[in-house]
Design a protein around this ligand. Structure first.
Ligand code: URA
Length: 246
């Protein structure tokens, strides 16, 4: 027998999506403000099949339901925002207010520095997050790097060597690819994500990064429809691209 979609009590579903306490969710239902295919669901105790397309069937106060648990979002992170939960301004502040009260909470998939812009994924799905960042998934990350000083010429080989040791570390970096575009502009592709890695790699070869932008993860390019600060749900096809080696 095939297993159907997971079900959840309506009041818990709404509370977990940040619509308020379970009591408040019950009130929304009693008031007829929660509808499924146009019919009011007045009983907050009833179980609902939680499918990814639920927002196209369920409305809360006239608006489509927020994405159910298991969501993944792609954002064009602007500079000036942190991926931490503590040091404002946080990237989470760019999301709708209600999303901050979701259970499970939304986290960034890895981190970008405050001064780094570009492709950032966020999800409430812990298993998916670990799958993307796990070393065995080998998801590469490409960075568009602007430099203070002209490249000397040997950087590509040094980064590819698998022997570059960063200050205060005791294992060398895995080989990374560098492609020079101009004397002060290059693309760097990494498969690991050490603290401030790209900035420290260029510091190790006597240069200084003045701007850093992530434009690709796996085979997914930062979607062109996203201006800095904008985000949207990642499609299934785009998620497959993230996990697909380039
Ligand atoms: N490398 C860095 O130095 N910073 C980032 O944000 C990402 C990679």
């Amino acid at each position: 027998m095939s297993k159907g979609p997971p079900t959840m009590r309506l009041d818990r579903l709404l509370a977990n999506l940040g619509y308020g306490s379970r009591r408040e969710a019950q009130r929304l239902a009693v008031m007829g403000l929660v509808t499924l295919d146009g019919e009011a669901l007045r009983d907050g105790d009833q179980r609902i099949a939680v499918t990814p397309d639920l927002p196209s069937h369920m409305r809360v106060d006239g608006e489509p339901l927020d994405p159910p648990p298991g969501m993944i979002v792609v954002m064009n992170k602007p500079t000036g925002y942190t991926c931490s939960h503590k040091e404002p301004p946080l990237v989470y502040s760019l999301l709708p207010d209600r999303w901050r009260d979701r259970e499970p909470a939304i986290s960034t998939v890895g981190r970008l520095d405050k001064d780094t812009s570009g492709l950032l994924l966020l999800t409430d799905d812990g298993a998916l997050l670990h799958k993307i960042i796990a070393p065995r998934s080998n998801v590469s990350k490409r960075y568009d790097v602007t430099l203070d000083r002209p490249l000397r010429g040997g950087e590509e080989k040094i980064f590819a060597s698998g022997e570059l040791m960063l200050e205060s570390e005791n294992t060398p970096l895995l080989p990374a690819q560098m492609e020079a575009v101009s004397p002060t502009h290059a693309f760097v592709t990494l498969t690991e994500g050490r603290y401030h890695q790209v900035r420290r790699m260029f510091a190790a070869v006597g240069n200084h990064v003045t701007a850093l932008h992530r434009d690709r993860m796996g085979s997914l390019d930062l979607p062109a429809d996203l201006a800095p600060g904008e985000f949207r749900l990642l499609t299934e096809t785009e998620l497959a691209l993230v996990l697909q080696p380039r």
